[in-house]
Write a protein that binds this ligand. Structure first.
Ligand code: HEC
Ligand code: HEC
Length: 425
């Protein structure tokens, strides 16, 4: 009985503490990606340049302008049994595994052995893992032979959220949907003869949209005055709600603290090095977890957008009945992103990131709500995140946000192993 309770407690804390094992505990509550009508995929399908951005090319280690080449999966000594994916960036391993989970509608233990509450991903005991290797080989080969190496075909293309893809149409066939009127000249519609511009409304540029956003936030001067931010509130994922504190200083010092009844987990980066602290001790943070922390929790992530993007285009759309201006652009790390701005208020409502991996595109979506003024800067007090990783699918609700409080830089440095976790209220 006691040992069951202990095991339970370990499971729960691991669920909160480790993005790897978490998948198993919490993902059960999150929908799998069995939705062909998913807006992200619809968006991809409609995108004229879907998969055709240069960054979508996978030739092993990716050259990204400005950023030093990151270690590959094969170079990470922790991965002892990588045969096919070793030449791809280390930060993409777990996103790819999450994509596999979502594509097949399974969890990590479908292919990997789980021993004493721990995933042993390097073991090859399960036949499903062998099949998965064959499938990875096949998917890479399809893309190489047919799509010039772009990740057009993914596990999801065939699997659609099930481990056994359906290859035969079910009878009777559904009633065909009424066809959209195809005028003479057919197809896409709206294209003026001669291919001239068809803009009827005055054209907004990406600069206009971003400038309006900066004004809506409180102006460039207010943003430039930002030095630190402390945000306290809760994070709800599946059935679990835990306390959350995010401390940010400058562009690259981040400290995130999750407090659950089972314990505290901290993740931080002091500008360069990342670390994690939980009941088991202190460890270095790398790969996807560090990348996730740096991109998604940086102070200026949503405040300084212009500098993050190249090749921006704008189009008008509707989002939940609202007029929105959608900026499409490419950001660092081979991501294509979409930014949805409320046409009226100018505020950012949604951000979608599409990470190109060799076995498919990994989508991530963030929604921003309840903007309030905090000392002259508008900040969303509700942030909803969704992705193929169950742990990062949830809602952050802030109850308190302070800007420019004095923060001790030392708190972002890796603590000495064994130091007790400071009690957080
Ligand atoms: C459908 C099968 C499948 C599922 C589900 C799956 N994996 Fe994997 N995983 C693989 C295969 C195959 C490899 C080896 C790839 C290679 O050899 O290049 C692998 C490799 C790994 C590795 C590297 C192993 C090493 O050498 O250290 C880790 C870590 C990993 N997976 C974690 C996960 C996690 C976490 C999940 C759940 C989020 C998951 N996997 C889900 C098939 C799967
Ligand atoms: C071109 C279509 C296609 C793609 C792409 C594809 N699969 Fe499959 N996969 C199939 C089919 C079809 C089956 C069923 C084969 C059978 O029943 O013998 C299958 C079966 C599997 C199985 C065995 C399932 C079980 O119940 O044992 C695994 C595991 C798997 N695929 C993993 C993957 C992974 C991982 C990817 C992406 C890297 C992937 N597949 C991409 C078509 C595909």
């Amino acid at each position: 009985m006691k040992s069951t309770r202990r095991l339970f407690a370990i499971c729960i804390s691991l669920a909160i503490l480790s993005a790897i094992i978490v998948g198993l505990q919490i993902r059960t509550a999150t929908a799998n990606a069995n939705q062909p009508a998913d807006p992200v995929f619809a968006l991809l399908d409609n995108e004229p340049d879907a998969g055709k951005v240069e960054t979508a090319r996978f030739t092993g280690r990716q050259a990204q302008q400005g950023t030093p080449a990151e270690p590959t999966i094969g170079e990470n000594k922790r991965h002892t049994n990588i045969q096919l994916l070793k030449d791809y960036p280390d930060s993409q391993l777990i996103p790819m595994m999450n994509l596999i989970n979502a594509s097949l509608g399974v969890q990590c233990n479908f292919c990997h052995v789980f021993k004493e509450g721990r995933l042993e991903p390097a073991l090859d005991d399960k036949p499903e893992k062998k099949t998965a290797r064959e499938m990875i080989t096949m998917t890479l080969a399809i893309n190489k032979a047919n799509f010039n190496g772009r990740s057009e075909v993914s596990c999801f293309t065939c699997h659609r959220g099930r481990n056994n893809p359906v290859g035969v149409p079910a009878l009777p066939l559904p009633e065909p949907a009424p066809r959209q009127g195809r005028g003479p000249g057919g197809g896409q519609g709206g294209q003026a003869p001669g291919g001239g511009a068809t803009a009827t409304a005055p054209q907004v540029t990406a600069d206009d949209v971003l400038n309006k956003y900066v004004t809506a936030l409180g102006g460039q001067a207010a943003i430039d005055k930002l030095k630190t931010r402390v945000m306290k509130g809760t994070y709800t994922t599946g059935p679990n709600t835990i306390n959350l504190e995010i401390d940010q200083s400058g562009a690259d010092k981040i400290h995130v603290i999750f407090v659950s009844p089972q314990g505290t987990m901290e993740r931080a980066v002091n500008g360069t090095a990342g670390w994690e602290k939980n009941q088991r001790g202190v460890s270095d943070l790398g790969g996807a977890q560090l990348a996730e922390l740096k991109t998604n929790f940086a102070l200026f992530r949503d405040l300084r957008l212009k500098e993050q993007f190249s090749r921006m285009t704008v189009r008008k759309e509707k989002l939940d009945g609202k007029e929105v201006n959608v900026i499409a652009g490419a950001s660092a790390g081979g991501k294509r992103e979409r930014l949805y701005f409320d046409a009226e208020t100018g505020l950012l409502l949604r951000r979608i990131s599409l990470l190109q991996t060799p076995i498919g595109v990994v989508p991530e979506q963030t929604d921003y709500e309840d903007y309030r003024d905090v000392d002259g800067v508008k900040i969303p007090f509700v942030v909803k995140t969704a992705g193929v990783d169950g742990f990062w699918t949830g809602t952050r609700k802030f109850t308190e946000i302070k800007i420019n409080a004095a923060l001790d830089d030392a708190a972002f440095n890796k603590p000495a192993a064994g130091a007790p976790t400071p009690a957080k209220p």
